[in-house]
Design a protein around this ligand. Structure first.
Ligand code: 5GP
Length: 128
């Protein structure tokens, strides 16, 4: 099934400058900004500037330059927040929700970078 991008989504509007954001870094192909409802002391969203709905969409259809830039931006965010475990930081979680089962709210690829507290297990177990 093709990925259909909705250009009215909130992150597209942020990229067009229609809605303000608290920018962390901006590069040629990527924007990182603070989540408006942080779930950890540090909660940054990293998004490509191109019209990609989900991570798989981006992985399959983005250019080499876009992919390299996005990955590098995630590294920069982790480095600048001092959260890299290998460098003495206390760690982080990178999450990209996709589709209905992934409970994706905004249909523009975003990587959540959460850090600054113990984040618990990766996925909640079903209760029933
Ligand atoms: P999702 O559930 O799609 O993985 O996450 C969407 C995220 O976008 C949520 O964590 C939500 O708080 C964040 N968000 C939604 N609207 C805005 C906004 O207008 N500005 C910012 N900075 N974050 C937003």
């Amino acid at each position: 099934m093709p990925h259909t991008y909705d250009p009215t989504n909130i992150f597209a509007r942020i990229l067009r400058g229609e809605i303000p954001n608290k920018t962390v870094i901006e590069t040629d192909h990527t924007l990182a900004f603070h989540d408006i409802r942080p779930l950890a002391p540090h909660h940054v969203l990293v998004i490509p500037k191109g019209p990609y709905v989900t991570f798989d969409h981006f992985a399959l259809e983005a250019t080499e330059a876009e992919r390299a830039d996005f990955v590098a931006a995630i590294g920069t965010v982790c480095r600048d927040h001092g959260i890299q475990p290998g460098e003495g930081g206390s760690g982080y979680r990178a999450i990209s929700n996709a589709g209905d089962d992934g409970v994706q709210e905004v249909p523009h690829l975003h990587m959540h970078i959460l850090s600054g507290r113990m984040l618990g297990r990766m996925v909640a177990k079903p209760t029933a």
